[in-house]
Design a protein around this ligand. Structure first.
Ligand SMILES: [Zn+2]
Length: 272
């Protein structure tokens, strides 16, 4: 049995009897004012509260280096000394300017990285969804000359991946941003497909073509929470404005009526 917790934004925590693996962990949930105006820093208390035993973490995988995916990663990696960190060259730069040079397994696209005897991740090249004004925000790479703390705008996107995690024989496909590259996905079937909700209307073929290629039994809709506000455990998840979750559900039902669709709450544990 694999327990998967949606930890907010694009964050997932995978737990088996032996392993704990994180993708895009983000607990700081910076408010909008700070995001646009001030330099931002990880909320150490929030991270510790969410991850009381960081020493157990076997791997931290990062899909891209916007702040809602990567801000908390250097601190977590520092606490979880044994954890393997997997991501882009931009993540490597962030880790280096955080005093953690040499910790990152740098991927460019297509690499399969062994994490444990029964766990591996393939970092499939992907694309970022289009946000305000039909653009990808904060393009380019995190600069090696940047000083921390930096503004959210310094957390540039870097290479975008859709990590494909194989764990105890189950395949989890993570799309932390609402887009994909069809040619990169060809032949990559999965059991569980995690789909970012915001921006889904702006990407052609998302998600119906992606579902057609990956043929999951289960689709999990996530990253729909308003991550500019703290999340109180047990509270109903605040939905990001203009997500049109219903429209997305209808599109999935129309194209893949047999697929099981889950819309978890932040903090909910799903078992596979
Ligand atoms: Zn992003």
């Amino acid at each position: 049995m694999i327990h998967v917790t949606w930890t907010g934004a694009a964050g997932l925590k995978f737990e088996t009897a032996e392993e704990m693996i994180l993708i895009d962990p983000y607990f700081t949930r910076i408010n909008l004012f700070k995001t646009f105006i001030l330099a931002i820093e990880p909320d150490l208390a929030a991270i510790k509260a969410a991850l009381p035993d960081m020493k157990k973490i076997k791997a931290v995988i990062v899909g891209h280096t916007h702040s809602d995916h990567a801000l908390d990663v250097p601190y977590i990696a520092d606490q979880a000394r044994q954890a393997q960190v997997v991501g882009s060259a931009s993540l490597d730069t962030l880790m280096t300017i955080s005093g953690l040079a040499g910790r990152t397994t740098v991927c460019r696209g297509g690499e399969r990285v062994e994490l444990a005897p029964s766990a591996a991740v393939t970092m499939i090249r992907s694309a970022h969804g289009l946000v305000a004004g039909g653009k990808v925000p904060f393009q380019g790479e995190i600069r090696s000359t940047a000083n921390l703390p930096m503004k959210a705008s310094g957390y540039r996107v870097g290479t975008v991946f859709a990590p494909r995690l194989e764990l105890n024989g189950t395949v989890f496909q993570h799309h932390g941003s609402a887009n994909f590259i069809a040619e990169e996905m060809e032949g990559r079937t999965c059991d569980v497909l995690f789909l970012c909700v915001p921006g889904w209307k702006k990407s052609e073929g998302y998600p119906q073509r992606l579902i057609e290629i990956t043929r999951p039994q289960t689709v999990v809709l996530f990253h729909y929470d308003d991550f500019s506000k703290p999340h109180a455990p047990g509270r109903k998840t605040r939905v990001m404005p203009m997500s049109d979750m219903k429209g997305l559900m209808n599109r999935i039902k129309a194209h893949a009526p047999k697929v099981n669709v889950i819309v978890p709450q932040v903090g909910e544990v799903m078992s596979f």
